[in-house]
Design a protein around this ligand. Structure first.
Ligand SMILES: [Zn+2]
Ligand SMILES: [Zn+2]
Length: 372
């Protein structure tokens, strides 16, 4: 009899534990707490995702350090928008199967505004984004998303690569925007300011979409500069050691760069981007300067050089299948960008590591289901 009650109690306990959803909640600057949150309840056309791998975006590190911009005091949020997972429950969505591996699009666009109708849902007038209030992100064990946000990935893609699909999408959208204003990359000098994961994906991807004459990468951290070289950069410039403008003018025989991608978000980087551009050149702005409300570019330089500035806003749903193909085929190497992996309980350490650029940190993955 006693055994029966013990077994029944254990079963109930197990069921109760299964219902818990361990989550990393950001309460304020440098204050992440691990708490259990309710399991999501699916509405129609929503899918439940078991969160397997979520990589930390550099912007999230800034939000972790400074707080979420414009968020009222007391706002709590679960970050995480580079999302890999497994379908846990398909609800009423018949076009998926349970246990499918997926990459998840964190943009919640409306589908009915003029931007969405024109295929630029990244500029949706009603856009919400997982990891920014009021929509929680993936640093939790389970979350739900509209089925249109779910992109199946080949089952043989190596672990953790699903979470790298989103940054590849950002790069694809930046490349697409650059081509709209600069035309073909062929025979152009392209400079990339910042060799974080976006800069390193961009370094690899540029030659898949044209034949630039030269790719120059500017980066303060030497270990990242070395990776840029490995991924095909022709000219490496450390703004601490080399004078960026002279270095670019030197290798371009005084002409400057045709296209500059700013992907660092560093406050000083925007003026560097402007200074190294050739007249009639383009600056593609991808980085987000989180601790400032504006970007510093001297108009006297930009105006006299007739520079075109293009701000890139995230990505579009159409970028996902292409990004998945680039990763699956190995045309873009994301595996070697992954420097560290942490269970969710150690997420604060992961943010600290990235914030301080310790131990050659580059892309850090959180595993919400791994025991610490
Ligand atoms: Zn991001
Ligand atoms: Zn819309």
């Amino acid at each position: 009899m006693l055994t029966f009650f013990v077994i029944a109690w254990m079963t109930l306990l197990k069921e109760f534990q299964n219902k818990l959803n361990k989550s990393a909640i950001l309460y304020g600057p440098k204050d992440i707490r691990i708490e259990d949150t309710p399991m999501p309840i699916l509405n129609s056309d929503e899918v439940l995702i078991k969160s397997t791998d979520v990589s930390i975006c550099a912007t999230e590190v800034k939000y972790w350090y400074y707080g979420i911009p414009n968020a009222p005091k007391g706002t709590k949020i679960i970050q995480g928008h580079e999302l890999g997972g497994i379908i846990e429950d398909i609800g009423s969505c018949q076009n998926f199967e349970k246990s499918m591996r997926v990459a998840v699009d964190p943009s919640i666009w409306c589908g009915i505004c003029d931007m969405c109708i024109n295929g630029i849902s990244n500029l949706c007038r009603n856009l919400q984004f997982m990891s920014l209030p009021p929509v929680d992100g993936g640093f939790q064990q389970f979350y739900k998303v509209p089925s249109k946000n779910v992109h199946p990935i080949p089952s043989d893609i190596p672990p953790d690569c699903a979470s790298m699909v989103e940054p590849v999408c950002v790069v694809l959208n930046a490349i697409s925007d650059a081509k709209k204003i600069s035309g073909s990359f062929d025979d152009k000098v392209i400079a990339i300011v910042g060799a974080g994961s976006l800069g390193l994906i961009l370094t690899q991807a540029l030659r898949l979409y044209g034949s630039p004459r030269m790719i120059c990468v500017l980066e303060l951290l030497l270990y990242r500069l070395k990776m840029a070289e490995r991924f095909g950069a022709d000219v490496l410039i450390n703004p601490n050691l080399d004078k960026s403008i002279e270095a670019i003018m030197d290798v371009t025989k005084g002409l400057g760069a045709d296209i500059v991608f700013e992907v660092s978000g560093d406050f000083e980087a925007y003026q560097i981007a402007s200074n190294i551009s050739k007249p009639a050149g383009s600056i593609i702005i991808v980085g987000i300067p989180v601790d400032q409300d504006y970007i510093p570019i001297k108009s006297i330089i930009a105006r006299r050089a007739g520079l075109a500035l293009k701000f890139v806003r995230r990505f579009n749903p159409k970028d996902f299948p292409q990004a998945i193909e680039l990763i699956a085929s190995g045309k873009v190497n994301v595996i070697d960008l992954i420097s560290h992996k942490f269970p969710i309980e150690e997420i604060s350490q992961a943010f600290e590591l990235l914030h301080q650029h310790l131990d050659n940190a580059l892309k850090v993955i959180i595993h919400p289901h791994q025991e610490s």
